[in-house]
Design a binder for this molecule. Structure first.
Ligand SMILES: C[S@@+](CC[C@H](N)C(=O)[O-])C[C@H]1O[C@@H](n2cnc3c(N)ncnc32)[C@H](O)[C@@H]1O
Length: 209
């Protein structure tokens, strides 16, 4: 497979594949506000920086490090950002499970998309009252649903790149079939979401304690 140059990575993975998810971040910012965002397992998905002025990206893939090492690779953020101040973009080339050099309870939004159990390892960095955006591709939404510190507040579904957020019939989500006991150990072992009766593309939780 041809190697993609760091400067072209965002185009290749996100623009060409129509997978930026900008519409989702815009809705989240409009609805919940917030300025400081933590994105463990981000790869080069720098879209949140179009909407939020301060984003900390974390990934242990060397390709992501190469991309973030050179600000010229993402100077397009300045053209596409929706806020007046300069973008603050920081990157940690670490395994998020071993700790991130950022203060606890200092972020307004924690993003967990296709990158393992971010909620489990990185909830500590989220402010009480802050929001977790999570999908269930690797089981992290299921994991969050079992966490007493996190309250399920909304879900979203996507059609042709446009997300619709909803709070309708919330009590029908994360419901297992009768006689099924779901545990953290099950989620850890399977590393995927549980097949609930009803599922969504993304979920929002609020850290309540
Ligand atoms: C499938 S990509 C998803 C990228 C991005 N979240 C998105 O939605 O487009 C998963 C990324 O998570 C990173 N990742 C997985 N586990 C990680 C860990 N424990 N620490 C740091 N990065 C991790 C991988 O290196 C990879 O770049």
């Amino acid at each position: 497979m041809a190697k993609v140059l760091p400067a072209k990575l965002y185009n290749h993975y996100y623009i060409d594949r129509k997978f930026e998810r900008l519409n989702l971040f815009r809705q989240l910012e409009q609805k919940y506000g917030g300025k400081r965002v933590l994105y463990p397992g981000s790869f080069v998905h720098i879209t949140p920086s179009f909407v939020y002025p301060e984003v900390v990206y974390v990934d242990n893939d060397p390709e992501a490090k190469q991309f973030f090492d050179k600000p010229a690779n993402y100077d397009f953020v300045a053209k596409r950002k929706h806020y007046p101040e300069p973008a603050s973009i920081k990157f940690h080339a670490v395994d998020y499970q071993t700790g991130i050099d950022e203060p606890d309870e200092s972020f307004d939004l924690l993003i967990s998309l296709y990158a393992g159990f971010v909620s489990l390892h990185c909830k500590r960095y989220l402010k009480v009252g802050g929001i977790l955006l999570v999908n269930d591709s690797h089981g992290d939404a299921t994991m969050a649903s079992l966490d007493e510190d996190l309250q399920f507040i909304e879900y979203g579904n996507q059609t042709e790149g446009k997300y619709t957020l909803s709070t309708l019939y919330m009590d029908t989500y994360f419901v297992t079939k009768a006689n099924t006991e779901l545990t953290r150990e099950w989620v850890m072992r399977h590393m995927r979401g549980f097949k609930f009766r009803k599922m969504a593309d993304v979920y929002l939780f609020r850290r309540i304690k």
